[in-house]
Design a protein around this ligand. Structure first.
Ligand code: GDD
Ligand code: MG
Length: 361
């Protein structure tokens, strides 16, 4: 299949999303809403933009959530298939489980990275080097939570160390961005039926065996959305233009914001751009949404309330005069009148906040 353009991707979507709790207690990480669309819809838009339309989701945790949110993804222009682990098999085991559906050259992506990087350029790089495993690398200020990848001068991977202990980090500032281009035949090397880490086992073994592995350093936007702070920041990055918006939010573009259908706005209510307001949202008199706010479908924002830099899931009720700043609010949360929810606060779906409460982080 050498020389043929890849058309397939495997997305790892089976982690528990521990660091994104309590949000992931109510919904699986791959489908938490990002600008009012399931997270993976953004990743599928990137893939489709580069001709990758045959996508296999390697799942294990809360698969029903993922299916309910994405289905076969025909509406997103791709064909989505699911392979489900009965027990979580780790990143390598998840890929192994999908391997029989792959052929040729295949993308493998972590299901929690938001990027607008040029995957076609990655394909060209892979071909030009005669690479069999190419790892997208990015630079981050703090490398500790990532896989550290050291390169030879010609871009060949010298070493892959997953989250090395403090003091062992060394000089490399390039980390694994969680997107690989792999010769599908290599996936058969991963043992079946046990937990395997692609980072700790598969890549180090390829390097040790002299299989040509290259690092592709690209400078596009990149972020792992796996913590509440990163999850909120990613949405601001899209709204404020730091990340290219490959899939706009639902709704109609109006004065720099996106407004869903069926909503109402009482006198003096305003949406300050950039903001996203879902379908059927009710804005009370003089309520303010934005800048930098995302309000899910069927929310009710009371009179004189203010929602700024905050992400609200569906059906949130905000009482009169309440102020929500730079926080994340799960579905069906009720916030009492005159309450204040401050920066960095994360409210679990279904929480009830009494009136006049002040929550800070
Ligand atoms: N199918 C399946 N089964 N998927 C899994 C499993 C599993 O048992 N465990 C984790 N995943 C998925 C997660 O859902 C996520 O999409 C992806 O694998 C990576 O797992 P994370 O838990 O998010 O890993 P990380 O962020 O700590 O580290 C990884 O990503 C970094 C970049 O964001 C590593 O690949 C690092 O090397 C990398 O730097
Ligand atoms: Mg992650």
């Amino acid at each position: 299949m050498a020389g043929e353009r890849p058309v397939q991707a495997v997305i790892l979507a089976g982690g528990q999303g521990t660091r994104l709790r309590p949000l992931t207690l109510a919904r699986a990480k791959p489908v938490v809403p990002l600008l009012n669309r399931p997270f993976l819809a953004h990743q599928l838009a990137l893939l489709r933009g580069h001709g990758i339309t045959d996508v296999i989701l390697a799942c294990s945790y809360r698969v029903d959530d993922v299916r309910a949110a994405l289905g076969d993804a025909e509406h997103l222009g791709v064909r989505l298939r699911y392979v489900v682990e009965t027990e979580p098999l780790g990143t390598g085991g998840g890929v192994r489980n999908a391997a029989d559906l792959t052929a040729g050259t295949v993308f493998v992506l972590n299901g929690d990275i938001l990027t607008d990087v040029d995957l076609s350029a990655m394909v060209a790089f892979h071909g030009s080097r005669g690479s069999r495993a190419t790892i997208f690398l990015t630079r981050v200020p703090d490398t500790r939570p990532y896989g550290l990848v050291e390169l030879e001068a010609d871009g060949r991977v010298r070493r892959f160390r997953e989250k090395p202990a403090a003091g062992e980090a060394g000089a490399a500032d390039t980390v694994n961005a969680g997107a690989y281009l792999l010769d599908a035949a290599l996936l058969k090397r991963i043992p079946r039926g046990r937990v395997v880490s692609i980072e700790r086992e598969f890549f180090p073994a390829l390097i040790a065996d002299g299989v040509p592995c290259y690092g592709w350093c690209a400078s596009g936007y990149w972020r792992d959305i796996g913590s509440p702070a990163a999850y909120r920041a990613a949405q601001l990055d899209l709204l404020e233009g730091r990340a290219r918006m490959l899939l706009p939010p639902p709704g109609e573009r109006r004065d720099g914001s996106w407004i869903g259908p069926g909503g109402t706005a009482a006198g003096g209510a305003r949406v300050v751009a950039p903001a996203v307001v879902g379908a059927r949202v009710e804005l009370g008199a003089r309520a303010q949404v934005g800048p930098g706010a995302v309000v899910g479908d069927d929310a009710r924002i009371g009179p004189d309330a203010r929602v700024e830099g905050a992400v609200l899931w569906e059906r949130v009720e905000v009482g009169a005069g309440a102020v929500l700043l730079e926080c994340v609010v799960g579905a069906d949360v009720k916030i009492g009148a005159l309450a204040r929810v401050g920066a960095g606060v994360v409210l679990e779906s279904g929480a009830v906040i009494p009136e006049r409460t002040t929550l800070t982080r």
